[in-house]
Design a protein around this ligand. Structure first.
Ligand code: UDP
Length: 414
C-alpha cells in the first residue's frame, strides 16, 4: 500500500477467486450472490494510518476484495500531526478505561484537524465507513447524503465516562455503529449497534504459507537464532499489550526451560507512546537482552511477523485490554498454540484448552505454567494448533468479513 495524497492505494493483485481453495465454493458463491445487487456502488473507508495495527491490516485486504466483487471502494487516511495523535491516543486509552483529563484546547485541535481533512476529502459515495475515534467528528463537516457507519475497533466495555459523553454526540450523527463484541454495546444509543468480528487475510504477506527456507532467511536477516524454542508476542509497544508483564512471565519460564523470547512491535504513526514503552521494556529485560535470551524488534515487516509466528513454539498475547486481537487470529492460523489473556475479543477466538489457553492477565505464574506445559508437550501443541487453525478458517477469514460487509451494505442501501 502507498499514499497518493490522502488516498491509500492498495491493489494487491489478488481476487476473490484466489480464496476459493481455502474456504470452498459455498462461501465464494454466497459472496457473489450478496454482491449482485451492489454492483457499482461506491464506498469510502476512512481511518488514521495505512500501516501498523489491526485496523489498517484489515482495510488493506478488504478494499481490493470489495473492488473485485464490483463495489467501487476507496480508502482515505486522516493523517493528523503529532499533537493530534497524542490526543487521540489519550482517547484510545480512556475508551479502554483509563482516567483522562482533556482540555478544551485538545478538543479544539481534535475538531480542527477533522475540519481540515474534510476540506481535502470529497465525500459523494453511497456509504461511508469511519474507523475508530480519530476521524469520528468528520461527519460534522459534511452535508450528509448517504449512510455513515462508525466502525469502532476499541474495547468499549468500560469507557471513561467523560470522554464517552464527549464522543457520543458525534456517534449519534451516524446511522450505524459497528463493534467487535456483544459486551461493547453502549446504552442509550438509538442507532443500530451491529457486531462484526475482525478477520485476517490468509493470502497476505502476513499470513500466506512460507517455505522453511523463507522462514530461515527472514529470521537470519533479523538476527533471531533458532537454536532454542522461541516464545513470541507480536504487538505494538503499548501498555495494554503488557510487554513488561511478558518479560516477567519469561523470567519464570526461563528458570526451568532454555528458551528465547521475541517481542516484535513496529512503531505505528498514530501511536506516539511506542518508544517510551519500548525503553521501559528494554530496561526491564536488560540482562536477558545482553545474554541474547530476549530479542526486541521494532521493524515493520509483515513477512518477518509471519516467519516469527511460524517458527515459534508458543505465541503469547498477554494483553490487559484487547478490542479483538488479530495477532491471536494470526497465531492460530499458523497452527500455533496461543496462550493469552481472557480479555476483550480474545475469548471469542480461544476456547480454553481447545484452541489455546486463557488466563487472567495478571496471572504471571499461570502464564508461565501453561507455556512450560506447551513447550514440553509436542502432542498438546499439535492438537491445539490444529483446532485453532480450523476455528479461524470457519470464523475469522477475510471472506467472512467481506460477507458481513455485503450484508451491511445490502441492509443500508436497500
Ligand atoms: N503488527 C505488525 N508488526 C508488528 C506488530 C504488530 O505487523 O511489529 C500487526 C499484527 O500482525 C496485527 C496488527 O499489527 O496484524 C495488530 O492487530 P491487533 O488487533 O492484535 O492489535 P492492535 O495493534 O490493533 O491494537
Amino acid at each position: 500500500a502507498y499514499m497518493d495524497g490522502i488516498t491509500c492505494i492498495c491493489d494487491n493483485g489478488r481476487t476473490l477467486e484466489d480464496h476459493r481453495p481455502i474456504v470452498g465454493d459455498d462461501v465464494i458463491s454466497g459472496i457473489y450472490r450478496k454482491a449482485a445487487s451492489l454492483q457499482g456502488k461506491r464506498v469510502l473507508h476512512v481511518n488514521s494510518t495505512y500501516q501498523s495495527g489491526g485496523v489498517a491490516e484489515m482495510i488493506i485486504s478488504l478494499v481490493p476484495l470489495m473492488n473485485d466483487v464490483g463495489i467501487k471502494t476507496q480508502w482515505n487516511i486522516l493523517n493528523g500531526d503529532g499533537d493530534f495523535f497524542a490526543i487521540t491516543k489519550n482517547f484510545h486509552n480512556a475508551l479502554q478505561g483509563q482516567a483522562i483529563a482533556f482540555s478544551d484546547e485538545e478538543k479544539g485541535l481534535y475538531l480542527r484537524t477533522n475540519e481540515f481533512f474534510s476540506g481535502q476529502m470529497k465525500i459523494d459515495h453511497d456509504l461511508v465507513v469511519i474507523h475508530d475515534p480519530q476521524p469520528l467528528p468528520l461527519i460534522r463537516f459534511y452535508q450528509k447524503t448517504q449512510p455513515w457507519v462508525w466502525r469502532c475497533h476499541v474495547d468499549l466495555s468500560n469507557p471513561n465516562a467523560d470522554l464517552w459523553e464527549f464522543l457520543k454526540d458525534f456517534v449519534r450523527d451516524y446511522d450505524r455503529m459497528v463493534i467487535s463484541h456483544e459486551e461493547y454495546r453502549r446504552r442509550g444509543m438509538a442507532m443500530e449497534q451491529w457486531i462484526c468480528r475482525p478477520a485476517i487475510d490468509p493470502l497476505s504477506e502476513k499470513n500466506r504459507d512460507l517455505s522453511d527456507a523463507e522462514i530461515a532467511g527472514l529470521l537470519a536477516k533479523y538476527g533471531v537464532p533458532t537454536d532454542k524454542p522461541l516464545i513470541t508476542q507480536i504487538s505494538r509497544f503499548d501498555k495494554w499489550k503488557d510487554p513488561e508483564g511478558v518479560v516477567d512471565v519469561f523470567a519464570r519460564v526461563r528458570e526451568h526451560v532454555d528458551c528465547r523470547l521475541v517481542l516484535c512491535g513496529s512503531m505505528a504513526p498514530d501511536d506516539p507512546e511506542g518508544w517510551a514503552i519500548y525503553r521501559q521494556v528494554e530496561e526491564k529485560a536488560r540482562a536477558f537482552i545482553e545474554s541474547g535470551d530476549v530479542i526486541l524488534i521494532t521493524a515493520e515487516d509483515h513477512l518477518l511477523v509471519n516467519a516469527l509466528q511460524r517458527a515459534s513454539c508458543v505465541i503469547l498475547q498477554k494483553s490487559l485490554r484487547e478490542g479483538f486481537g488479530l495477532t491471536v487470529t494470526e497465531g492460530l492460523w499458523k497452527g500455533q498454540p496461543v496462550i493469552a489473556s481472557r480479555v476483550g475479543g480474545i475469548p471469542l477466538q480461544i476456547e480454553d484448552g481447545e484452541t489455546g489457553f486463557l488466563l487472567e492477565p495478571t496471572d504471571t505464574d499461570g502464564f508461565a505454567w501453561r507455556i512450560r506445559q506447551v513447550l514440553e508437550n509436542p502432542e498438546l501443541r499439535e492438537r491445539l494448533g490444529r483446532a485453532g487453525k480450523e476455528h479461524v478458517r470457519q470464523h475469522f477469514l477475510i471472506t467472512r468479513l467481506l460477507t458481513d460487509y455485503l450484508d451491511m451494505l445490502n441492509a443500508e442501501l436497500a
